[in-house]
Ligand binder design. Structure first.
Ligand SMILES: Nc1ncnc2c1ncn2[C@@H]1O[C@H](COP(=O)(O)OP(=O)(O)OP(=O)(O)O)[C@@H](O)[C@H]1O
Ligand SMILES: [Mg+2]
Length: 288
C-alpha cells in the first residue's frame, strides 16, 4: 500500500459500537493481509480502555503494575522512544496496540494547536517506526481535545450508528464538528468520509421503518453511503471467512451476544473498505 490510512470511527453518541467496529476492522483486515505484509496499529485514547482490553493480554494487570506508558506523552514535543508505547496484540504479529491510560487528557497542557501538531508528528513517528499501513484511533464519546487531535491527524472517518434518534443526532453533531475544524484549520485537515453503517439492528418493523426514513431523507445523504444487513446474511459471510475474534469457549449469553456483534461488524466493515484493500484481500465483496 502506498500511503498510510489513519481512521477514526466517529459518533458523538456513546455506546453505539465505535470500539467494537474498529477492533474488528483491525483484526479482520490484519488477518486477511498478514501474508501481504500489512501492519496495523490501534491507538486507544479512551480512558475506558475497551479496545486495549480486547487486544492486549493482561491489559488490566499491566496497567495496575504501572508497566504501560500513558499515551498522553503523544502530546509532548518530541517522542523519543515510540517503541515504549507499542504493544503486541493477541491477534497476530502484524497487529499492534498502543494501550490507553487514565490520564490522557493531562497531555494537553499546551495551546490547542501546539498539542495537535505534537500529536500528529508523534503519531507519524510511530507509523514510521513500525512501518504501519493502517492506523485506528479509539476515542471516548463526546467532543474534547483528544477527539479533535484525532480528527486533525486522520485521513478517514467511519460513522457507526444505532437506529435511534440520539445516535442520528450524534452523527449530525459529529459532522458539524468536523466541518468546523476543517474551516478552522484549512488544508491541515484532509479527511475522506467512508460512510455510515448501522450496528445492533434487530430488524423489527419499527426499526426498519425508522432506518428507511432516515436513509431516504435527502438531507441525510451527507452521512452516506449507508450499509446495513440482516444477521443471518452477516453470520453466513462471517462463517465462510472465519471472521470471529471472541472466545467461544463459554456459552454465556453475554458471549453469544458478542459473537453476533462481532460478525455483524466484520461483515459491514468489509463492505466499506476502500477498493485497494478489497482487491488485495482477494475476497468477493457484494454491495447490499
Ligand atoms: N454490529 C453490532 N451488533 C450488535 N451489537 C453490537 C454491534 N456493535 C457493537 N455491539 C455491542 O454494542 C455495545 C457497545 O459497543 P462499543 O463498546 O463498541 O461502543 P462504543 O461506541 O465504543 O462505546 P463507548 O462510547 O462507551 O466507547 C457492546 O456490547 C457491543 O458488543
Ligand atoms: Mg468505545
Amino acid at each position: 500500500m502506498s500511503k498510510v490510512k489513519i481512521v477514526t470511527t466517529n459518533n458523538q453518541k456513546g455506546g453505539i459500537g465505535k470500539s467494537t467496529t474498529l477492533v474488528h476492522c483491525a483484526v479482520y483486515i490484519g488477518r486477511q493481509l498478514a501474508e501481504a505484509g500489512v501492519k496495523i496499529l490501534v491507538i486507544d485514547l479512551d480512558p475506558q480502555g475497551d479496545s486495549s482490553a480486547w487486544m492486549l493480554p493482561d491489559f488490566e494487570d499491566k496497567m495496575g503494575r504501572g508497566e504501560l506508558v500513558c499515551p498522553s506523552v503523544l502530546y509532548n514535543k518530541k517522542l523519543q522512544n515510540p517503541e515504549d508505547l507499542i504493544q503486541a496484540s493477541k491477534f497476530g504479529s502484524n497487529i499492534h496496540v498502543v494501550p490507553s491510560g487514565l490520564f490522557i487528557m493531562d497531555g494537553i497542557k499546551k495551546t490547542r494547536i501546539k498539542a495537535f501538531e505534537n500529536f500528529k508528528a508523534n503519531v507519524m513517528k510511530m507509523i514510521e517506526y513500525g512501518d504501519y499501513d493502517l492506523v485506528f484511533f479509539d476515542t471516548q464519546a463526546g467532543h474534547n481535545r483528544v477527539w479533535e487531535s484525532c480528527i486533525y491527524t486522520s485521513t478517514h472517518t467511519l460513522f457507526p450508528s444505532t437506529v435511534d434518534i440520539d445516535s442520528f443526532k450524534g452523527l449530525a453533531r459529529t459532522l458539524s464538528l468536523i466541518e468546523a475544524m476543517k474551516k478552522e484549520f484549512g488544508d491541515e485537515i484532509d479527511i475522506t468520509h467512508l460512510g455510515t453503517f448501522f450496528t445492533q439492528v434487530s430488524m423489527n418493523i419499527n426499526e426498519l421503518q425508522a432506518l428507511t426514513k432516515f436513509k431516504d431523507n435527502p438531507e441525510n445523504l451527507k452521512y452516506g453511503p449507508f450499509r446495513q444487513t440482516e444477521h443471518r446474511v452477516a453470520m453466513k459471510f462471517a462463517k465462510n471467512n472465519q471472521m470471529s475474534i471472541w472466545d467461544k469457549k463459554t456459552k454465556a449469553s453475554l458471549d453469544a451476544r458478542k459473537e453476533l456483534a462481532a460478525v455483524m461488524n466484520h461483515y459491514m466493515v468489509a463492505l466499506f473498505w476502500p477498493d485497494d484493500l478489497k482487491a488485495s484481500c482477494g475476497l468477493e465483496f457484494k454491495k447490499i
